[in-house]
Design a protein around this ligand. Structure first.
Ligand SMILES: [Zn+2]
Length: 274
């Protein structure tokens, strides 16, 4: 096999494992952040039998698979959330390396990758916590901004940075968040929460204005698909509002990869038909 392809695949595999390990930490955040528990302290325990978990029980993905999705001590089922978050985070890191940072061998192991890793992980945590608890912790949109600052730092180092490059991000900061802010003002805060505004400001700064606008449309589509799907599965009207934040976060993660190409493709189409 071509040496470069081998090296890229090898580094990709390491990045996936690293992402899965960070993913198991994200599971801790998802569990502890909403209840205000200190995520730095204490051992992990089984939520059912409260048995302390050791490294064999916490090994990302593999523990869950080998234990058949059950606690080793009390056999209570362990939520699928754990392996899903670990696998998602691993996959998001590999995709960031390959598609956002031009991953080819050692190329792509840069500040930009570190930035996007933080952004992806924060978006995964936001999706989960907002879905379960209807809150977006401040620490998460701040993490996304920090990731964005790393991406800016990388652009300064590599020379990708330009006036239009940074202007796109400054406009991105306000593009969707500004719209949300107006909706919040008009509705007296009922139709739009502060968490969504701050989330989309940080996301817009990372993605730029084109991709964040596509993320807004995509989140609406995802939300509709989800509520229709839920109705079909439940076969009756479900109670409770569906929070918008999880779809915003998911669409933002997807649009980091495809947002600008979709925006440009749409403009091209527009030019042809008008
Ligand atoms: Zn247990």
């Amino acid at each position: 096999m071509d040496y470069m392809i081998f090296l890229t695949a090898y580094i990709g595999a390491i990045i996936f494992v690293f992402g899965a390990v960070i993913g198991s930490f994200l599971n801790v955040l998802i569990y502890r952040l909403p209840i205000g528990m200190d995520f730095k302290k204490g051992n992990s325990i089984c939520p059912n039998c409260e048995h302390k978990l050791n490294w064999k029980d916490l090994f990302p993905l593999f523990s869950w698979i080998f234990l058949g999705g059950k606690c080793r001590y009390c056999k209570a089922p362990i939520s699928k959330q754990y392996p899903i978050v670990e696998a998602l985070n691993g996959a998001a890191y590999v995709l960031s390396y390959v598609f956002l940072c031009g991953g080819e061998g050692l190329e792509g192991l840069n500040l930009k990758l570190a930035g996007y890793m933080i952004v992806m992980s924060a978006l995964i945590v936001v999706s989960w916590i907002d879905f379960k608890h209807q809150i977006i912790p401040d620490s998460m949109w701040i993490a996304i901004l920090v990731g964005g600052i790393l991406v800016v730092g990388d652009a300064l180092i590599t020379g990708e940075f330009s006036k239009s490059w940074i202007i796109s991000r400054v406009i991105g900061f306000f593009a969707v968040s500004g719209l949300f802010f107006i909706i919040a003002l008009v509705s007296g805060g009922r139709a739009m929460g502060g968490g969504d505004i701050k989330l989309m400001a940080a996301v817009g700064f990372v993605l730029g204005w084109k991709a964040v606008i596509i993320a807004l449309f995509m989140s609406a589509v995802l939300g509709v698909i989800f509520s229709v799907g839920r109705k079909l599965i439940a076969k009756k009207e479900m109670k409770g509002v569906i929070p918008f934040g999880p779809f915003l976060a998911m669409a933002s993660a997807i649009c980091a990869f495809v947002g600008e190409p979709i925006f440009n493709a749409y403009l091209n189409m527009f030019n042809i038909y008008i």
